[in-house]
Design a protein around this ligand. Structure first.
Ligand code: SAM
Length: 397
């Protein structure tokens, strides 16, 4: 039974969603309406759900992850993608697994809607299983070395007096796994090879559904008009395997001038992205002097959110020392959290960064104080459509 007030609230939310979705009929749903409607749908769900059931589901969340990860290791999602229908028996046989186990794992995934039931004990693909069968999504699911830290956190907080760590070598993930250096240093050790490989694949995928900045930010008008083609045009500082440079090249195939992908050498060497021939790979350590001077754009995505303010200041000092006053732009592609009413996805990113890197997402005022302390002037902060990564443009003072 649901009180009448809740029933009426549910009806109100449902009609808000219907209205928002109808207004955009006849064209693709915009990112901002999609995210707003999704947020409203979550409220609708919460209105109809009994708190007792909701809390139990949260407590059971690790079970969902267990089923997804196990089915991924059993190659279930790829099997579903490559066949019209697959039986539990076939999956079990292909893996030497217990058929009953397969059925029980799939019962959860079909209840979630991630796998379709096709009758007669057969299973089929959905948009979710297709996504789970992609190489980059597999990396995302397998990049789970920090998951035990979530269970450890309440004990660790009690022990450390509920403080936020400021030393990147002494955070929660170090306490959970027993190492004592910054996560990014540990990740390049031989014993972390598998985790690091999954992390890099995760970085390739982790845009989630957030659209690339080049699809919505006026790059041409704000940054490219008036650039000097005899100088570097774009330096992607710690650009991982190069996925963002590829997006840039696809959007601006005729741009002239050097396009430079920087990262640690092993990351550049592991690049599987189809890099255009015009892109130079340039190994760097961003804690040292930036080697490529005078570029029009220094682009950083998901970099400053990896570090505490003190460390960000070192990185920013190095990048800004390569910039030319009155010409170069620092482009930060990161979340700009609202001070209030933050949606769940960015808030989850924020606490995940705390767990893995003793780091954080930042609000507009936090970005402002960080960049001001680095001696930079903010030209503008541009929120994204929806709830993805924003753009902050900064120049030398
Ligand atoms: C979260 S990933 C972001 C990668 C890419 N910008 C993206 O958005 O997918 C952080 C990147 O920083 C790089 N990195 C970490 N420490 C570094 C260092 N000292 N010098 C250069 N790159 C570093 C990592 O190798 C990794 O590619």
């Amino acid at each position: 039974m649901l009180p009448d007030t809740d029933r009426r609230e549910a009806l109100d939310i449902a009609s808000t969603i219907t209205k928002a979705l109808s207004e955009e009929s006849g064209r693709d749903l915009s990112e901002s309406v999609r995210v707003k409607s999704l947020e409203a749908a979550r409220k609708l769900h919460d209105t109809l759900e009994k708190p007792g059931d909701g809390i139990l589901k949260v407590a059971f969340t690790p079970v969902l992850w267990m089923c997804i990860r196990t089915c991924l290791e059993l190659n279930v999602f790829r099997m579903l993608e490559n066949n019209d229908a697959v039986s539990a028996e076939e999956i079990a046989k292909a893996n030497g697994a217990d058929e009953v186990l397969i059925r029980r794992l799939l019962r959860i995934l079909t209840a979630l809607g991630y796998v379709a039931e096709k009758g007669n004990g057969l299973y089929g693909a959905t948009k979710w299983s297709s996504h789970l069968g992609q190489r980059t999504t597999e990396g995302t699911v397998r990049f789970d070395f920090f998951a035990p830290s979530a269970i450890e956190a309440p004990k660790w907080f009690k022990k450390t007096g509920y403080q936020l760590p400021t030393d990147p070598a002494k955070g929660l993930v170090q306490a959970t796994h027993g190492f004592d250096e910054p996560t990014f240093t540990w990740l390049t050790r031989p014993e972390a090879k598998e985790v690091w490989d999954n992390a890099n694949t995760f970085f390739e995928a982790d845009r989630g559904s957030s659209p690339s900045w080049v699809s919505w930010f006026p790059v041409q008008e704000k940054l490219l008009d008036g650039y000097n083609k005899d100088l570097p045009v774009l330096v992607d500082v710690a650009g991982g395997r190069g996925h963002d440079v590829v997006e840039f090249c696809n959007k601006f195939p005729d741009v002239e001038g050097r396009l430079i992908l920087q990262d640690q050498r092993p990351v550049l060497d592991s690049s599987v992205a189809d890099l255009p021939a015009t892109v130079e790979k340039y190994p760097i350590n961003f804690f040292e002097e930036a080697p490529v001077k005078g570029s029009r754009i220094y682009f950083t995505k998901y970099i400053l959110h990896d570090w505490h303010d003190d460390t960000c200041l070192q990185i920013l000092k190095n990048v800004s020392s390569a910039m030319t006053k009155g010409y170069s732009y620092l482009v930060i592609n990161d979340m700009i959290l609202p001070e209030e009413n933050c949606s769940l996805f960015p808030a989850l990113w924020d606490m995940t960064l705390f767990m893995v890197l003793s780091a954080q997402e930042r609000t507009a005022s936090q970005w402002k104080s960080l960049l001001t302390a680095a001696g930079l002037v903010i030209e503008g902060m541009y929120p994204p459509p929806g709830d993805g990564l924003g753009i902050i443009i900064a120049t030398l003072a």
